[in-house]
Write a protein that binds this ligand. Structure first.
Ligand code: KG4
Ligand code: ZN
Length: 325
């Protein structure tokens, strides 16, 4: 079995995965959303302190599995350095105490493997990762062959929802609350500009849209919020659809997947389903409980890495806040 630890942002999670069967035997996550909600976003120092409390509590529940552990895995990149360190320090301690190897996992690869928790992985895949930290399109051939073909130049899709919610004083995370508010709103009322619509670049940008929304929020009243949310969600999604359409002209999709916390967004899912129709491409989605950050996806990657002997050196294993994919 492998014990895996996730602490890249505001979720403390530990999983136990059986190597031979890829079965998830244990998974527990303690979210900090409530604690960060008053600040309208994640406060790194507070997040680190909460991980230091939550991770040992979850680890204690894993004691019955300790004898069976063949490796310990941990998210090392990307994320908040102060919170990544919490998980990595715990993983190093487990590795030393139980005399088992350590596996450093990339969180983004984890999100890709969230599609395959308790399942066989199938590639090639074109993957859209939409989370609080990333808006990224990747071509995935295998565990070791992952190429980023488009990414955000500034804010991410999920982050833009968080910021819009903060402007409306609706707490954190903003994704679910803005989606709910948008449901009864008029998507056409606010004519926000689709970001980079005249640019040939296949890239994403949300900072301009965020500023247009800010002006609408400041000029409007609470009664307008649902229409602002709906128009914002519509344009934020249209931006992704436009860029994917452009990308598909040279690289038509065969199997497409959406992963990451914001892949829970139903408007985005429906829009992508519509986009894929003419290509006859399949759409893969993670189970809702594995869309947002969790340790099950880290454990699932770790099983593949274990089989390929991709271990890290205990002394040189470090955290890296920026993504290397
Ligand atoms: O993957 P995740 O749990 O953490 C990161 O790795 O960043 O993603 C969290 C992000 C937050 O920004 C949250 O607002 C967003 O995903 N999110 C959504 C929805 N549910 C979560 N964004 C849009 N619509 C949603 N339904
Ligand atoms: Zn994530």
């Amino acid at each position: 079995m492998i014990l895996s630890i996730e602490s890249s942002c505001d979720d403390s999670a530990i999983a136990i995965t059986e190597i031979a069967t890829k079965r998830l035997l244990f998974h527990k996550k303690i979210s900090q959303e409530l604690e960060h909600s008053v600040y309208g976003g994640v406060v790194p120092e507070l997040a680190a302190r909460l991980h230091a409390e939550a991770l040992p509590r979850i680890l204690e529940e894993c004691k019955p599995y300790f004898k069976e552990l063949k490796a310990v895995a941990v998210t090392t990149t990307p994320g908040l350095s102060v919170t990544l360190v919490e998980g990595v320090t715990m993983a190093k301690a487990v590795s030393i105490a139980l005399n088992i190897p350590i596996i450093g996992v990339n969180h983004l690869v984890g999100h890709i493997y969230s599609l395959f928790v308790e399942k066989e992985a199938h590639f090639p895949l074109t993957v859209l990762l939409v989370s609080g930290g990333h808006t990224q399109v990747m071509e995935v051939e295998s565990l070791r062959e992952i190429k980023t073909v488009a990414k955000s130049m500034d804010d991410s899709f999920g982050e833009s929802f968080d910021k819009v919610a903060k402007m409306m004083k609706l707490g954190y995370p903003g994704g679910p609350v803005i989606e709910k508010l948008a449901h009864d709103g008029d998507r056409k009322r606010y004519n926000f500009t689709v970001p980079l619509h005249q640019s040939p670049l296949i890239a994403f940008s949300y900072s301009g849209l965020k500023n247009s929304v800010r002006l609408a929020v400041e000029a409007g009243s609470e009664e307008d919020f649902k229409d602002i949310a709906a128009s914002f969600e519509h344009i934020a999604t249209a931006h992704i659809i436009q860029k994917l359409k452009k990308y598909f002209k040279t690289t038509p999709p065969k199997t497409f997947a959406i992963v990451g916390g914001a892949s829970a967004n139903l408007y985005l899912r429906a829009s992508i389903e519509e986009l894929l129709k003419p290509y006859g491409a399949g759409l893969l989605l993670s189970e809702l409980k594995y869309c947002s950050d969790n340790a099950a996806m880290i454990g699932r990657v770790a099983v593949e890495m274990y089989k390929e002997g991709m271990f890290s050196d205990l002394n040189s294993l470090e955290v890296c806040p920026k993504s290397v994919i």
